[in-house]
Design a protein around this ligand. Structure first.
Ligand code: 5AD
Ligand code: SF4
Length: 470
């Protein structure tokens, strides 16, 4: 079944005509106008911001990192937790003053937060200095929306509540020269009971394999060495395409076959869809990095059921055993939520046991944050804030001890690493990553950026390794 809406290339071409019109207008100004794109949240948002920058660049905007200098500000927002939303609203509120000093400035908000009706209402009523609000489904129409703001000076809200579509052929302006994101699918169908993503990002829809592969080919030819395939749940890639034999493992094999010396990473995987076939493929594909980010969220089966995760703790542990049997040195990372409504401290301790049993290399830990409109937000939540905070601290302390131990085990080894960014720390001017994704600081010639080097690991902390050229 082929049920994904694809935007007609003629409609994309029309958007690029709007870019050309804005470019003409900008060319008449005494100096090129400047844009600032600020991104909150996950890698998908980073990838979306690269498209927004692509459009802006085509429109003739230069870029700045200072709000005060910007003629156009785009804030790409995140809705995953309350804290992220508070930060955005605080920063947007403060921009009233910038705008007073710079009356022609255009302020745009996009991303997941503006897809929530209560936030749209708040922006309409109380944030009148925001000119343009567009949700993830409207991103491909950004040039037309900005054109309307530029020519009419009215406020525009474009936040349709839809299942979502796929727009190919948008310009991209990538931030780096070594690492690149490639979205392979959008949306999520899982409706974990705590999560806002399926409501704001629409249903799962996959890009066509040929579109993904030609993007990867271009990236490899352009010298990118670290390519991350992105999706909310990459393991369900292809389900909507109706192409026999096309699934995520197949896609990995195809990407692996693209010529070039590069690493393939991917995220995020869902344990309910991770399969032995995937692990076999990871083991067989030499470019696929020995790293799996596999969020388990909670270690107690009752809590997992209430979260609507679709697997048990034992199933998760079995997946890890099966993966380690194939790739013994696999780097494992995960996401965990503490304080899901109704989770008792005893149930929380099952999460600690998973940490002890698996020994993740690193963990992303979150305190549950109620999201309006999700089923979990309606559940009774008797555990106090203090108890949750105490549990959270136990989790962090345990993981830090495990991470420190695992990191220390690298000392003395020599690892092939990719030099991926210049460091801002004068003590070591370069940052590199092991194939498994662990960060290594070292010093060397900046011409090494983008190259694979052998680094001897000389020291380790909980978060980083330190090395020297071997
Ligand atoms: N509260 C806290 N953490 C959440 N996550 C998703 N929704 C929430 C929420 N409401 C976490 C999950 C997910 C990660 C991206 O964010 O652990 O894997
Ligand atoms: Fe949210 Fe669950 Fe979908 Fe991940 S899989 S985006 S946690 S609903």
């Amino acid at each position: 079944m082929q049920n994904t809406t694809r935007i007609d290339p003629a409609d994309i071409a029309r958007q690029r005509d709007f870019c050309a019109q804005i470019r003409e207008r900008n060319a008449a100004l005494p100096a090129p106008p400047l844009a600032f794109v600020d991104t909150y949240g996950c890698q998908q948002n980073e990838a979306d911001s690269e498209r927004i920058r692509g459009f802006l660049s085509e429109m003739g905007y230069g870029f700045t990192k200072e709000e005060a200098q910007a003629d156009v500000i785009v804030i790409n927002t995140c809705a995953i937790r309350e804290h992220a939303e508070q930060r955005v609203l605080g920063n947007v509120g403060a921009l009233v003053h910038e705008k007073k000093a710079h009356p022609g400035q255009i302020l745009c908000l996009c991303g997941c937060m503006v897809q929530e009706p209560h936030n749209v209402e708040k922006l309409r009523q109380s944030f009148r200095h925001v000119d343009l609000v567009f949700g993830p489904h409207a991103l491909w129409r950004f040039p037309e929306l900005l054109w309307r703001v530029l020519t009419r000076r009215g406020r525009i809200f474009d936040t349709p509540d839809e299942a979502g579509s796929i727009a190919e052929g948008l310009p991209v302006r990538r931030e780096g020269t070594v690492k690149a994101w490639v979205s392979i699918m959008y949306g999520c169908n899982n409706f974990c009971s705590y999560c806002i993503v399926p409501y704001v990002r629409g249903r799962e829809r996959s890009r066509r394999p040929e579109d993904i592969l030609s993007e990867v080919r271009e990236l490899s030819q352009a010298g990118y060495r670290d390519i991350t395939l992105l999706g909310q749940n990459v393991n369900s890639y292809g389900k909507d395409l109706g192409l026999p034999g096309v699934d995520f493992a197949w896609l990995l094999e195809q990407v692996n076959a693209v010529p070039g010396d590069f690493l393939i990473r991917f995220m995020t995987s869902h344990p309910k869809d991770a399969s032995e076939r995937l692990f076999d493929t990871m083991a067989a594909c030499e470019k696929v990095a020995p790293h799996l980010h596999l969020p388990f969220q909670a270690g107690n089966d009752r809590v997992l059921r209430a979260m609507h995760r679709g697997y048990t703790r034992e199933h998760y542990l079995e997946l890890i055993r099966s993966l380690r049997a194939r790739i013994p040195d696999i780097v494992l990372t995960s996401d965990v939520i503490v304080g899901f409504p109704g989770e008792t401290t005893e149930e929380f301790e099952d999460t600690l046991k998973v940490l002890e049993e698996v020994e993740f290399d690193a963990l992303f830990t979150f305190i549950y944050s109620p999201r309006k409109g999700t089923p979990a937000a309606e559940l009774p939540d008797p555990l106090s804030k203090e108890e949750k905070a105490a549990n959270f601290q136990r989790l962090v302390d345990l993981q830090n001890a495990i991470s420190a131990r695992k990191q220390a085990a690298y000392v003395g080894k020599t690892m092939r690493c990719l030099v991926d960014v210049l460091s801002e720390d004068p003590r070591h001017n370069l940052n590199a990553r092991t194939a498994g994704g662990r960060l290594v600081h070292f010093s060397g010639d900046e011409a090494l950026l983008g190259q694979f080097v052998d680094l001897k690991i000389t020291d380790a902390s909980t978060w980083a390794l330190f090395g020297e050229l071997a």
